[in-house]
Design a protein around this ligand. Structure first.
Ligand code: SF4
Ligand code: SF4
Length: 335
């Protein structure tokens, strides 16, 4: 450990490990080099650290005893409170203690507590109905404040749990959060009402989608693999979902909608309870989930106007799996 380093400890609770997989994709130079550049010292991570068994337990015990300063506690995965509030559905191997117990013991030692991914923030996939393990986030149970640490928890530097929501979160969301903490520039004003960093939740996942032209004309795909907008029939929630997914790109350039799948609003509490992700629920033919900031009457009027003005190119391409009508400008100029 280098003197003056910003120590982070990463634990996995009720997790699929996807948040770590996402994190490992970060940056052309790799995550570890970026941590070095920022002066961040990874005390321990269950997937990438060499310490195991007793060695790993000692790392945690030193933090708990206050012998090793802990600047950021990062927890990936939901905290499983069952059975009967004991947390024993999920113990940290070799310690005999529940992750619920470890999370509470270490969170009070941390300058900052960071929930990595929607499981750790709101309960996520493990909390999906019927929630057999009584899964919660660190400071929320779905959208309700509370969770494993309680609504009143504040870290040693006075912040609530910083909720890097997403399933999995973009590696840039995690790394920029850690960088802001290491550089001591993240304040309570930089978090939204659910504790999520505003730098990425002040965007909608819809912003920058390659299907935006189809959306504007309400030219919709009818089945998967078609090029049109996925909102009207195929369940896309990106006009209501926080995230800059279609602006910063995943693995260099990807996103859910670019890959042909609807946005499922994975940065939102409760997204896991949807039963049919690729079907848009409607009442009277009108989608129930309308774009944020848009009254229903406006949406219906605009949709009707847009559909009546849809260019043939956009309408035909929307229900095709490749471009069947090219833009006029792409035609060969006349000799
Ligand atoms: S948030 Fe998603 S990717 Fe991360 S641990 Fe939970 S299910 Fe896995
Ligand atoms: S597919 Fe979704 S993200 Fe893309 S334009 Fe349509 S509503 Fe927006």
């Amino acid at each position: 450990m280098s003197a003056g380093a910003f120590n982070i400890l990463w634990l996995q609770a009720g997790s699929c490990g996807g948040c770590t997989m996402s994190m490992l994709e970060h940056g052309s130079g790799g995550w570890f080099r970026e941590l070095d550049t920022l002066g961040v010292n990874l005390l321990w991570h269950p997937s990438v650290s060499e310490e195991t068994g007793t060695e790993a337990r000692v790392v945690l015990e030193r933090v708990e005893a206050g012998e090793t300063p802990l600047h950021a506690l990062c927890i990936e995965g939901a905290i499983l409170c069952g059975p009967d509030g004991t947390g024993f559905f999920n113990r940290l191997a070799g310690t005999g203690r529940a992750m619920l117990d470890w999370a509470r013991a270490l969170a009070v030692k941390a300058d900052y507590c960071v929930a990595i991914g929607s499981c750790a923030t709101f309960g996520g996939v493990p909390a999906a109905d019927p929630d057999p393990t009584d899964a919660v986030g660190l400071q929320y149970r779905k959208a309700v404040a509370g969770g494993a640490l309680g609504a009143d928890y504040r870290s040693r530097r006075g912040l609530p749990v910083i909720n890097v929501a997403g399933c999995a979160p973009h590696p840039g969301w995690i790394m920029e959060t850690l960088a802001a903490l290491a550089l001591d520039v993240l304040t309570a004003d930089d978090l939204d009402a659910l504790g999520r960093p505003k730098f990425y939740v002040d965007h909608l996942a819809h912003h920058g989608c390659s299907r935006n032209e189809f959306y504007e004309f309400k030219a919709s795909a009818e089945t998967l693999s078609q090029r049109g907008c996925l909102m009207e029939h195929l369940g896309c929630k990106a006009t209501q979902a926080a995230g800059d997914c279609n602006q910063r790109g995943w693995n260099g350039s990807g996103s859910c909608t670019k890959g042909g799948f609807a946005c499922i609003a994975c940065t939102s509490p409760g997204f896991e309870d949807i039963r049919d992700y690729h079907r848009t629920p409607k009442i009277g033919g009108v989608p129930i989930g309308l774009p944020l900031d848009m009254p229903k009457a406006w949406f219906m009027a605009l949709a009707a106007l847009s559909k009546s003005a849809t260019p043939q190119r956009v309408r035909k391409n929307a229900t095709a799996d490749h471009v069947v009508v090219p833009p006029r400008g792409a035609r060969r100029p006349k000799e």
